[in-house]
Design a protein around this ligand. Structure first.
Ligand code: SF4
Length: 415
């Protein structure tokens, strides 16, 4: 049985109208920067040079700062720097205190509230670092932190201990030692470059780093984790894409949390990366006030596919100090997942994971579709709540005919 999802008509329910409006592609526009030339505006170095980094600049652009935002911004540079590009600033709705973009990048007083279970290094990265800036937590892959800078800073950043250097962490990756460690570790077949944001490096610098990694015979696969296509799509130039394509297989994971971030500029930038043959995945962090709503997340994952990006992970927000105001419950996360699986394209459904506090790695969490299981049968339910039994086979033996009372399992539509 197949479900037709193509009905857009006058009878459209309000929920579909919301979904469709969230999925519309719009440009971020020029906002306050209407007199800047096209060549400057589209130049990523201009965008970086003109970032908003002080309370005074922010107040000028946004006199509607709330008391919580004002107080948070006063204190921000002791914890995680305030910064965003003019391009990304234009996605904020200054008239809406609940703007989902605003909650992600404007500091708030609540960042100074901490709970006893919160941590500065919630994923235990520092304790899994054999050399500075290299995290070796899983057997066959490493995370290489290459910089502590980002184009803009996310207030819930799990690496806020080091990114932007606001806490004086003084992060200095040592590329020679990192590369030497990988060279001497034949089990490492996969290297993920992250930070901070590796795409802040110049083309030449990243080219050099990637070529050194590619020269290691046992490194099969390279990945880059970046939020630049979302914060600074101007960075994704044709020359940059041409450089990256020398290093296949190379995958890129972007980080986008809300469909409003997927502008025409971002769609075009992602298209350039996809045209360079780079498989793209997205990581979202589940955030209160931003995307912990099934309808918003559905628009987000569908819009990502339209941008040629596979929704890869939804992360439960890490227990980073001062992030309680942005964390949502695992129960709500499961509710969001429940509304995705089966209700939309399988490719659009990411995996929901909790990065186990203290360094246990990613653990998938999912609604329970297996209701019970024993040696003879598995009882499952589908996304519509219908219950089915599936006869179990012993490992390696062919299935025996199902006992009478089980009968034929009813087939449900598969994507
Ligand atoms: S872009 Fe990534 S590393 Fe940078 S502040 Fe945001 S979450 Fe942290």
């Amino acid at each position: 049985m197949h479900h037709d999802t193509s009905s857009a008509s006058d009878k459209e329910p309000p929920s579909s109208r919301l979904l469709n409006s969230l999925k519309e592609f719009r440009s971020a526009g020029r906002g306050f920067w209407s007199d800047v030339s096209d060549s400057d505006w589209n130049d990523w170095t201009w965008q970086l040079k003109h970032r908003i980094t002080t309370l005074e600049q922010l107040q000028r652009l946004m006199p509607t700062l709330t008391p919580e935002e004002y107080a948070g911004t006063t204190l921000a540079n002791q914890k995680l720097a305030l910064a965003f590009t003019p391009y990304f600033f234009n996605l904020i709705d200054p008239a809406d205190e609940n703007c989902p973009i605003r909650w992600q990048v404007i500091p708030r007083l609540e960042e100074t509230y901490t709970a006893s279970w919160e941590m500065a290094d919630p994923c235990g990265e520092d304790s899994h670092s054999p050399v500075p800036g290299l995290v070796h937590r899983y057997p066959d892959r490493v995370l290489m932190l290459v910089t502590d800078r980002c184009a803009s800073y996310c207030r819930y950043c799990t690496r806020s201990r080091l990114v932007s250097n606001a806490t004086g962490y003084d992060f200095h990756p040592e590329f020679d030692r990192q590369i030497e460690y990988i060279r001497r570790s034949p089990e490492v077949r996969d290297v993920l470059l992250s930070g901070g944001d590796p795409l802040l490096f110049s083309d030449d610098k990243l080219d050099h780093l990637l070529s050194r990694l590619r020269a290691i015979p046992h490194v099969e696969f390279l990945r880059i984790g970046t939020r630049i296509p979302v914060f600074l799509p101007q960075r994704i130039t044709p020359a940059f894409c041409a450089m990256l394509r020398k290093y296949h297989p190379l995958f890129i994971s972007i980080h986008s949390n809300h469909p409003r971030e997927l502008t025409t500029e971002v769609r075009d930038a992602l298209g350039r990366l996809a045209d360079a043959g780079i498989p793209l995945g997205n990581q979202s962090v589940l955030l209160r006030h931003v995307n912990d709503d099934p309808q918003v997340m559905k628009a987000q994952v569908q819009k990502l596919l339209m941008c040629r990006v596979k929704p890869y992970y939804i992360y439960q927000c890490d227990l980073i100090s001062g992030s309680a105001h942005l964390r949502t419950s695992v129960r709500q996360g499961l509710e969001v997942m429940e509304k995705l699986r089966g209700h939309t394209t399988g490719y659009a459904v990411p995996q929901y994971v909790i990065d186990a506090p203290g360094g246990g790695g990613k653990v998938p969490v999912a609604p329970d579709y297996v209701l019970s299981r024993n040696a003879d049968r598995v009882v499952i339910r589908n996304y519509e709540g219908e219950i089915f039994e599936y006869p179990e086979a012993e490992d390696g033996t062919p299935l025996t005919p199902a006992p009478r009372e089980i009968g034929e399992p009813e087939l449900v539509g598969k994507d």
